[in-house]
Ligand binder design. Structure first.
Ligand code: ADP
Ligand code: MG
Length: 690
C-alpha cells in the first residue's frame, strides 16, 4: 500500500548524542532505535524516588532511598556464576545491610568510604534486622551525579550493552533536541488534555512525585490504547478476509468423526464443536480461542476439528510447546485414527535428519494430513500442500507472531487456539483481544475431586507412607521439583537429587522414573512410556509435565518447593491427577516459606475453580509473575499495570475498537498510524495488515 511520506518533522540521528560513545550508539541501533524520536518513546518501566531520602534509623519494610557511606563490603563467594555481594551502609542515624545477587558491578563500583544514594526494597534479613535487597545505587559526586541523583530517576527496561545511566544521559539529550517538535498523535479524547512535549519530559525526568503522577495517566492509557488498536486491527483484518476454505461437515462425516472417539462428547464439548463448525462453514477464516480448565477435553475438540478439515480435503497442524506433549498428542491421535487412511506426522526439534526430511516431504505433497509438532513446525522449511486448519495448544506459551507464523503456512487457514490456563478477564481481553472465545465449562464424567494439602517440607515422612499405600493399591505418583539441577541460582532441591534420594533411601523396592527437560528425547519418551505402562510407580520430574500429560492411573502428586510456583501453574500441575474414578491427593510441600506463601498456597486447598485461582494469583503476584517469563503470549506493559489499571484498560479497549470501526485503516489519523507502526508494527505483525 502506498502512503504519503512527506516529512514535516525533522528526523534526528542518534549520532547527535554527545558523550555516549560509538559502541553504545551501535548497541542502541541494534536494539531497534534509529532516531532520537524513537528513543523518546522508550518509556521507563518504573522510577526511583531519589528526591525523598529516608534516614537509616527510620527505615521500614518497603521501597526507600538512603544517602549513606559504605562501611564494609564483602564478597563471600563467587561460585557457579553466582555473584553475591554484601555491604554495611551507614549514615548519621544508623546502619543497614545490603545484599546483591548476580551483580558483578557491585564489587567494582563500591569500596568502604564511598558515599552513595541507594534505592530499593527493604526487607527482613535472614539473621534479623533490615536489609536492602538488590538495591540500585549511585556514587555521590560520581560521573552520574545529576543524571541519577536528585529527583525522580527513570529506570528503563534493560537494553543489552547500554547501562541505565547511559540511557538516562541519552534520553536527556533526546528530550532537549526533539521533544519540542514531536507532534501529538493521539486523538484529543485519548490525549487527556496533556501537551505531548511536557508529558514526555515528565514521564522521563519528573521533578517530583506529584509531577510524575500527573504525567502517568496519559502514558498508561496510551500503552493500553496502542495495544488495543493493534488488537482491533488484527481482528478486523481477520474478519474481513474472505475466501477461507469453506468447510462443511455433512452428517455422514460427522458420524465417522464421532465414531473415532472412545467416548461421547460432553455438553460443553458439543457446544464448542458446533461453534467451531459454524466458523468453518462461514467462508471466513476462524480465529477462535478455546479455553477450558485443565482436563476439560480440549484435545478431543481439536481432533474433531482437524478431522473436519481433512475430510474437506485439507491438512491440519497442531502446534504444542513441549516435545513430551507433541509426542503424547501424536500417540493419542494415532490411537484414535487407527485403521483410517488419515496420516499423522510428528515434527520436533530432535527428529533425526532423515525422519524430518520424510515428514516434510509427506506434508509438502499432501500424503500426510495432520502434523503435530513443537516450534519445529513453524520453521521456514516446513511447507504444507493445503493447510486448512492451524491449532495452537497451550496458547499462552506462544506469542501472536508464532500463531501467525503457523497460519502463514496455509492460505488463510482457520485458526483455533487453546489454553488451559484460566485467564482472568482483564488478561483475556489483552492477550486474546483479537479472538472469539469458547469456554469448556464442564469436565468429562468420572473425574474425582482432588484433595489438596499444604505441608512443611520437613514433614514428608507421613507423605511417603501415603504414597506407598497408594502404590500398593495399584496407583502411581508424580513428584514434581522446580529445577533440573543444583546449578540453578537458588539451590532448590533438584529433581535429579530427589530421584537419587527416593530411589535409594525411601523406595528402594519400587521403580522410580525421572523426567526433565535436559534428557534426550528418546530418554524422555522412554520415561513417559514406562510411567504410562505402570512399569515405573513414581515419576520424579520438573515442570515438563505441567502441560497436558495424561496418565489417569496416577492419583498422587507431590510438589516440592511449591512456594516457588504460581498458583495457576500449581493448579495446572494438579490437573494431572484426579483423572480416574479413584480418589486423588495433591501434596504441596512448601520449603523455606513465610506466612504469605503459605497463605497463598492454602487457596489451592480451598478451591479447584481455575478461574478463581487465576484471579487470586493475578491479584497477589501481578500479571508478570502470573504469566511467567516463558509465556510470551502475554503483552508487556511498562507503566501500565493490568491489576491496578484494569478500568483504564477497558476504557482504552473501547476507544480503540471504536476508533477502528470509524477509521478502519487509520487513514484519517496518519500520525497515530505512523506512531503505532513504529511502536508495535513489528511486535504485533501490523505491517501486513495496515
Ligand atoms: P485438556 O483440556 O486439559 O487438554 P485433555 O484433552 O487432555 O484435556 O483431556 C483430558 C482427559 O479427558 C483425556 O484422558 C481425555 O481422553 C478425556 N476425555 C476428554 N473428553 C472426554 C469425554 N467427553 N468423556 C470422557 N473422557 C474424556
Ligand atoms: Mg491439553
Amino acid at each position: 500500500m502506498k502512503t504519503k511520506t512527506a516529512k514535516r518533522v525533522p528526523v534526528y540521528s542518534l549520532d547527535l548524542l554527545k558523550g555516549i560513545g560509538a559502541p553504545r550508539i551501535e548497541a542502541l541501533r541494534a536494539a531497534g532505535f534509529s532516531t532520537l524520536r524513537d528513543l523518546l518513546f522508550y518509556l521507563p518501566k518504573g522510577h526511583l524516588d531519589r528526591a525523598t531520602v529516608t534516614p537509616i534509623a527510620q527505615l521500614a519494610e518497603g521501597e526507600h532511598t538512603i544517602r549513606a557511606k559504605v562501611r564494609t563490603l564483602t564478597v563471600p563467594r563467587f561460585r557457579r556464576r553466582v555473584a553475591i555481594a554484601q555491604a554495611v551502609l551507614e549514615d548519621d542515624s544508623g546502619k543497614v545491610g545490603a545484599l546483591w545477587f548476580g551483580r558483578y558491578d557491585v564489587k567494582k563500583r563500591l569500596a568502604p568510604g564511598v558515599e552513595l544514594l541507594l534505592s530499593g526494597r527493604v526487607g527482613h534479613a535472614k539473621k534479623g534486622g533490615l536489609q536492602f535487597h538488590n538495591p540500585d545505587f549511585e556514587e555521590i559526586g560520581g560521573e552520574a551525579e545529576g543524571i541519577a541523583t536528585g529527583g525522580i530517576i527513570p529506570v528503563y527496561p534493560p537494553i543489552p550493552g547500554v547501562g541505565q545511566n547511559t540511557l538516562r544521559r541519552a534520553m536527556k539529550q533526546a528530550l532537549e533536541v526533539s521533544a519540542g517538535v514531536v507532534k501529538e498523535y493521539l486523538p484529543p479524547d485519548a490525549a487527556k488534555g496533556t501537551a505531548l512535549p511536557q508529558a514526555l519530559h515528565d514521564i522521563h525526568f519528573a521533578a517530583d512525585t506529584a509531577t510524575l503522577s500527573r504525567a502517568l495517566p496519559r502514558w498508561i492509557f496510551e500503552e493500553f490504547f496502542l495495544y488495543e488498536l493493534a488488537m482491533a486491527l488484527r481482528r478486523r483484518a481477520a474478519t474481513r478476509e474472505r475466501g477461507a476454505g469453506k468447510i462443511d461437515v455433512p452428517p455422514d462425516v460427522d458420524r465417522r468423526i464421532r465414531a473415532r472417539l472412545p467416548f461421547s462428547l460432553t455438553a460443553a464439548q458439543e457446544r464448542a464443536v458446533s461453534e467451531i463448525r459454524a466458523d468453518l462453514a462461514s467462508g471466513r477464516p476462524m480465529n477462535r480461542l478455546l479455553q477450558g480448565d485443565v482436563g476439560s477435553g480440549k484435545t478431543a475438540v481439536a481432533f474433531a476439528t482437524m478431522l473436519a478439515a481433512v475430510a474437506a480435503g485439507g491438512q491440519a497442524a497442531l502446534l504444542v510447546p513441549t516435545e513430551t506433549l507433541a509426542e503424547q498428542h501424536c500417540r493419542t491421535i494415532d490411537g484414535w485414527l487407527k485403521g483410517s487412511r488419515t496420516e499423522c506426522v510428528l515434527l520436533s526439534g530432535s527428529l533425526k535428519a532423515a525422519a524430518r526430511r520424510e515428514a516434510l516431504s509427506q506434508l509438502a505433497d499432501g500424503s500426510a494430513h495432520i502434523a503435530v509438532g513443537t516450534h519445529a513446525l513453524i520453521q521456514p522449511d516446513v511447507a504444507f500442500s493445503n493447510l486448512f486448519l492451524a491449532v495452537v495448544d497451550e496458547q499462552h506459551r506462544f506469542g501472536v507472531l508464532q500463531r501467525a507464523a503457523l497460519a502463514a503456512k496455509g492460505e488463510r487457514p482457520h485458526v483455533l487456539v487453546m489454553t488451559a490456563t484460566p485467564i482472568p478477564r482483564t488478561l483475556a481481553i489483552t492477550a486474546f483481544g483479537d479472538l472469539d472465545v469458547t469456554t469448556l465449562d464442564e469436565l468429562p464424567p468420572g473425574r474425582t475431586p482432588v484433595t489438596t494439602r499444604v505441608v512443611a517440607a520437613a514433614d514428608l515422612q507421613p507423605v511417603w507412607e501415603d504414597v506407598r499405600r497408594e502404590i500398593a493399591a495399584g496407583r502411581q505418583a508424580f513428584l514434581v521439583y522446580p529445577l533440573v539441577d543444583a546449578s540453578d541460582r537458588i539451590a532448590a532441591k533438584s529433581a535429579i537429587e530427589m530421584h537419587e534420594h527416593l530411589a535409594r533411601d525411601v523406595f528402594p523396592d519400587l521403580a522410580v522414573g525421572l523426567l526433565h527437560g535436559r534428557l534426550k528425547t528418546e530418554e524422555k519418551v522412554a520415561a513417559m512410556d514406562a510411567f504410562r505402562a505402570n512399569r515405573t510407580k513414581i515419576l520424579v520430574s520438573t515442570v515438563v509435565i505441567e502441560v497436558g500429560v495424561d496418565v489417569p492411573n496416577a492419583t498422587v502428586m507431590i510438589v516440592g518447593n511449591a512456594e516457588r510456583f504460581g498458583l495457576a501453574t500449581l493448579h495446572q500441575l494438579r490437573g494431572r491427577i484426579g483423572r480416574s474414578t479413584h480418589a486423588s491427593t495433591c501434596i504441596l510441600a512448601a520449603g523455606d516459606a513465610g506466612g504469605d506463601a503459605m497463605k497463598r498456597l492454602r487457596i489451592l486447598e480451598e478451591t479447584q475453580d481455575g478461574f478463581r485461582i487465576a484471579e487470586e494469583d493475578l491479584r497477589m503476584r501481578g500479571p508478570g509473575e502470573f504469566l511467567g517469563a516463558r509465556q510470551s503470549g502475554a503483552p508487556e506493559f511498562h507503566l501500565a499495570d493490568l491489576v491496578r489499571d484494569a478500568g483504564v484498560l477497558v476504557q482504552a479497549r473501547d476507544s480503540a475498537f471504536d476508533l477502528i470501526s470509524r477509521d478502519p485503516d487509520l487513514r484519517r489519523h496518519p500520525d497515530l498510524r505512523k506512531h503505532l507502526l513504529a511502536r508495535l508494527g513489528a511486535k504485533m505483525g501490523l505491517a501486513e495488515i495496515l
